[in-house]
Design a protein around this ligand. Structure first.
Ligand code: NAD
Ligand code: ZN
Ligand code: ZN
Length: 578
């Protein structure tokens, strides 16, 4: 079992939480914030709470703070030497304050080689980033327009103060953008590879609170109770993802938002249904279970997991629509020609982003490129259509060394007749006769190379002819299968078992499987075209290194669907897990 980490700053919350600042007596306090907080009187309101502190204010943070702001803020405070920094504002101000704090500490340490610890108090004025309790600071690089998540324990505030009075002035459109950021934090934490019991508890509650109260705020932005719950939810979601990590929504949002300057919550909201669809298509049973849990919290009740996730995605889209959040970059009015030119850089940035690393599935560059197209055009996931050529197997046997010795002579070898598609495999010139009391089937091809156990693969019609009840099985699964006698030119062996009808399956390499969202052991449906068109269900996926994509069925199945070697079948229908 992996080890996890959970810690949290002191959190004061509810009406009057700001009175916690009374304890700042005879302290030098630096406030980092934006212009609105100064002009709207929020900074003055704050300083009233700490009459015995000496205060200096840096009020020039802009959305998506960059390294220039950190330098400028730190420069202003160098001579002041604050003992406490108060971060006041949205995620941008909180992250800027974190950056200024470590820049200052670093500066003092270098000048008088002493350890410096500036106390950090975070007071969020949006219900969104959760930055008041996280070890993250998202800082933009003005040179290349990219946003980088910095992660360090030194960035975790000592204290967070959640005063709902401070968020009442957040306009509706910002409340929904930032609120969708909360929902994204909670859902990504819930399905993250780092999810754990502690983060789950907080993520689940944050989803429930957001689902219930964010629409209420949209209806009535003066609803103090709803604002209070959303403010708490934002902090809980922050605690959850600080422990569990985030996912591909944030990986993509940092890249796209950084280059196109879209508000963080809005681009997250736009990506959330799309990435949920993508992750669900590539989900392990555990990830599916977690998305279903999320759907349940949102009140979706159906028995079928795939239906549940489809409805979840649908509700996320409805929520965006209700809040006036566009579903694609096209609808947002982005210059798509300019976007196209950024695409290679965007793909790189998404792959390199720390949040992408804890996504429940690992996306390859091809998948990210596809998702970048999807968010530009429709916001809906178009799974690449998986097509596979058929390879039809006639009845055949695989022999072990001992049986080969008896049937074809001691130390005899198989003679290669022709290669089959899977690397290393071949049809041999050698044939045997299958014999039972009911009859003979002559000229049954031996397939090479030799294996550790002899296996006889026949059709259902053959089982009737031989009077045996061969079960439909995967290769190697021979328990309680019937036997036959094998007759060769040099001798004969009576096999007590080992006769099966092969379970229809595809072979595929790990890379191809990843790209198409297939996993070893999964069952899929494949559609055959043509006059005898039909669907093959329960096609087992077998992933192995070097495998060439191919569907293996026997002659009867092929004839039933009018298939010939090399015909293409397309993936369709639902994914079922064994
Ligand atoms: N550090 C983290 O853990 C973390 C997590 C998620 C996001 N982020 C970062 O946080 C930033 C986004 O934060 P945000 O969504 O809070 O937006 P923001 O801080 O950029 O603020 C958005 C706008 O809301 C205004 N605003 C803030 N509080 C207000 C109030 N009480 N009344 C009226 N207006 C108010 C701001 O002036 C600003 O114009 C992004 O840079 C994002 O990358 C950080
Ligand atoms: Zn976020
Ligand atoms: Zn096979």
């Amino acid at each position: 079992m992996a080890s996890y980490f959970f810690s949290s700053p002191r959190v004061y919350f509810g009406d009057g939480a700001l009175t916690a600042l009374n304890s700042l007596i005879n302290k030098k306090v630096a406030i980092v914030t934006d212009e609105f907080m100064v002009t709207s009187g929020k900074v003055a309101y704050l300083t009233e709470q700490m009459p015995q502190a000496t205060v200096s204010v840096y009020g020039k943070v802009r959305p998506d703070p960059d390294t220039d702001i950190l330098q400028e803020g730190a420069a202003q405070f160098k001579a002041f030497r604050p003992q406490v920094i108060i971060a006041l504002g949205g995620g941008s101000s909180l992250d800027a304050a974190k950056g200024i704090k470590v820049t200052l500490e670093d500066h003092y340490q270098r000048t008088d080689s002493r350890q410096y610890d500036i106390e950090l108090i975070a007071i969020p004025t949006t219900s969104g980033s959760g930055s008041e309790v996280t070890s993250y600071a998202i800082i933009s690089d003005p040179q290349n327009g990219r946003k980088y998540p910095l992660v360090s324990q030194a960035l975790v505030p000592d204290t967070a103060i959640l005063d709902p009075q401070l968020v009442l002035s957040v306009p509706r459109h910002i409340a929904v953008d930032t609120g969708m950021d909360v929902l994204t934090h909670a859902i990504e934490a819930l399905v993250s590879t780092g999810a754990n019991d502690f983060s789950d508890a907080l993520a689940e509650k944050a989803i429930a609170l957001t689902w219930q109260h964010l629409p209420q705020i949209y209806e009535d932005d003066k609803d103090v109770a709803a604002r209070t719950h959303m403010h708490n939810a934002s902090c809980m979601a922050g605690m959850a993802f600080n422990s569990a990590g985030l996912g591909l929504v944030h990986g993509m949002a940092h890249a796209i938002g950084g280059m196109l300057h879209i508000p963080h919550g809005k681009i997250n909201a736009m990506l959330l249904p799309l990435v949920t669809e993508f992750n669900a298509a590539h989900a392990s049973p555990e990830t599916t279970r977690r998305y279903c849990l999320c759907a349940q919290i949102m009140g979706i009740a159906t028995a079928d997991p795939q239906d549940m996730i489809s409805q979840l995605v649908e509700r996320l889209r409805q929520l965006n629509q209700q809040f006036g959040i566009p579903c694609s970059l096209k609808e947002l009015g982005t210059d798509l020609a300019a976007y196209e030119t950024m695409r290679p850089l965007l793909t790189q940035a998404v792959l390199a982003d720390g949040c992408t690393a804890s996504n429940p599935c690992t996306p390859c560059a091809q998948s990210i490129d596809l998702l970048l197209s999807c968010i530009a055009e429709t916001g809906e996931y178009r799974a690449p259509k998986f097509a596979v050529p058929v390879g039809i197997s006639n009845r055949h046997v695989h022999l072990c060394r001992e049986d080969m010795d008896v049937l074809f002579g001691y130390d005899s070898t198989l003679t290669r007749l022709k290669a089959v598609k899977q690397p290393g495999q071949f049809a041999a010139e050698e044939t045997v006769t299958l014999r039972t009391p009911k009859g003979d089937i002559p000229n049954v091809r031996v397939l090479g190379p030799l294996r550790s156990v002899t296996q006889i693969e026949i059709s259902v019609a053959d089982s009737f002819a031989l009077g045996v009840k061969a079960p439909v099985r995967m290769s190697g699964d021979l328990e309680n299968s019937p036997g036959v006698e094998l007759v060769g030119p040099k001798g004969q062996v009576s096999k007590p078992h080992g006769t099966i009808v092969a379970w229809r399956h595809i072979h595929i390499s790990p890379q191809e499987a990843e790209h198409h969202g297939l996993r070893d052991g999964m069952e899929i449906d494949l559609q055959a075209q043509g006059q005898r068109a039909g669907i093959l269900s329960h096609v087992l996926v077998r992933v192995s290194a070097d495998a060439v994509p191919e569907l293996h069925i026997d002659v009867e199945e092929a004839n039933g669907l009018g298939l010939r070697n090399g015909d293409l079948l397309f993936r369709t229908g639902k994914v079922t897990h064994p």
